[in-house]
Design a protein around this ligand. Structure first.
Ligand SMILES: *Cc1c(COP(=O)(O)O)cnc(C)c1O
Length: 384
């Protein structure tokens, strides 16, 4: 049967009908006053979503474009930076920083474990000459389902006083509380196809005052991703280049939905669905890849021992038309990942768990009474 596809991957995520319909409108001119009104509303709602009074700038790019803008606007070749590496996206920060000639020191942890904030603390405290220019970390490491302790890492950054904190919050914004102004996060990058409930194509960069100071002396060459023109245009409810008008309609609708739901409800929903996913997986006798205390609210990674991860994905797809994500790099074939961020409800999670039970049953996974996963998820939902 066509048209029943269900996305349970950590991006692209499901898109509400209201957003899809908003995007189906005919485009209007981006220099028109009507579009200016849309930009004004969207920019103020983006600040609300990011919990910041500073700029949140929108780029026509995937999340990686936003990450690139977060590096090239505030740093110079040769700058010493610390990159947190405990998964594919942390590694991407390090590779990208090296591509732009930064002097990278990797602060690493095993894939599946969270970064040790004290490891950053030791390097930052030892840096008495203040040569470290930035600490660059991924908040929710989507490749492993691990949430890094950004607040603790940031505390060391604040003690250091001089260096910037640059954050990949691609699977955090709209999923877990990341109070940018309260924590004084300098640069925060995200992308549309994750917590924003709209299709891929937009990147977002939140930039605080300390980062704008650093901008003045940063010398990495830039043009399309030079954030100053974006800031200048935003002040006039405009954009420096042609934005993807129809995605902007979608963004407007999605942000209205988020405002109606409220930040604390959004975070509570992601927390609840995450807990339900994890309790269900445990009840089904499958090992979780990330520890409870460092669980991403966007994605749950499972490392099955008795069945092949790729076969689970293939049966889920063929029999139930549910897309789960696989493992990346060295985790390929070892784990599968259940994405549960953005437009994901308790019902979606229950459906996914029920299908997963049927799949495990078909694949001969032993020691599982059918129904235990759904029962465990139900217990979480009825408690909250
Ligand atoms: C999805 C994602 C990105 C961005 O990937 P794009 O494909 O460029 O949108 C970056 N970091 C994390 C943690 C992600 O989940």
């Amino acid at each position: 049967m066509d048209g029943k596809h269900m996305l349970m991957i950590p991006g692209p995520t499901p898109v509400p009908e209201g957003v899809l319909l908003a995007q189906a409108k005919h485009p209007i001119g981006h220099r028109s006053s009507e579009f200016g009104e849309l930009i004004s509303e969207v920019n103020s709602n983006l600040k609300w979503l990011h919990q910041t009074e500073s700029d949140v700038l929108t780029l026509t790019a995937s999340g990686t474009g936003a990450m690139e803008a977060a590096i090239i606007n505030f740093l110079s070749p040769g700058d010493r930076v610390l990159c947190g590496c405990n998964g594919k996206f942390g590694d991407r920060w390090a590779e990208m920083s090296e591509a732009f000639g930064l002097q990278v020191e990797r602060v690493s942890a095993e894939w599946g474990q969270s970064l040790d904030p004290d490891a950053f603390g030791a390097l930052l405290d030892a840096d008495t000459n203040r040569t470290i220019k930035a600490v660059i970390v991924t908040h929710s490491e989507t490749s492993t389902g691990v949430l890094n302790d950004l607040e603790a890492i940031n505390r060391y950054v604040k003690n250091h006083g001089r260096c910037l904190i640059i954050v990949d919050a691609v699977t955090s914004v709209g999923a877990i509380d990341i109070p940018i102004d309260e924590w004084e996060l300098d640069v925060v990058a995200s992308g549309s196809q994750k917590g924003y409930m709209i299709p891929p194509g937009l990147g977002f960069v939140a930039v605080g005052p300390k980062a704008w100071d650093a901008y003045k002396t940063a010398t990495i060459p830039k043009f399309y991703f030079d954030l100053a023109p974006y800031r200048k245009s935003a002040a006039k409810d405009s954009t420096p280049f042609t934005p993807p008008i129809n995605l902007m309609y979608g963004l407007q609708a999605a942000l209205q939905m988020m405002r109606a739901e409220g930040l604390s409800n959004i975070f509570a929903r992601h927390e609840r669905v995450t807990r339900a996913a994890r309790e269900a997986v445990k009840a089904m006798g499958l090992p979780l890849f990330a520890p409870d205390e460092a669980a991403s609210r966007a994605v749950t990674a499972v490392e099955p021992a008795t069945v092949e991860a790729e076969r689970v994905r293939s049966v889920m797809k063929k029999q139930f038309d549910i897309a789960l994500a696989g493992g990346q790099n060295q985790l390929k074939g070892r784990i599968f990942r259940i994405g549960h961020l953005g437009f994901v409800s308790d019902r979606d999670l229950l459906t996914c768990i029920a299908a997963l039970e049927a799949t495990l049953h078909e694949l001969g996974h032993e020691n599982m009474t059918p129904g235990v996963g759904v029962a465990a998820a139900t217990r979480v939902f009825s408690m909250s």
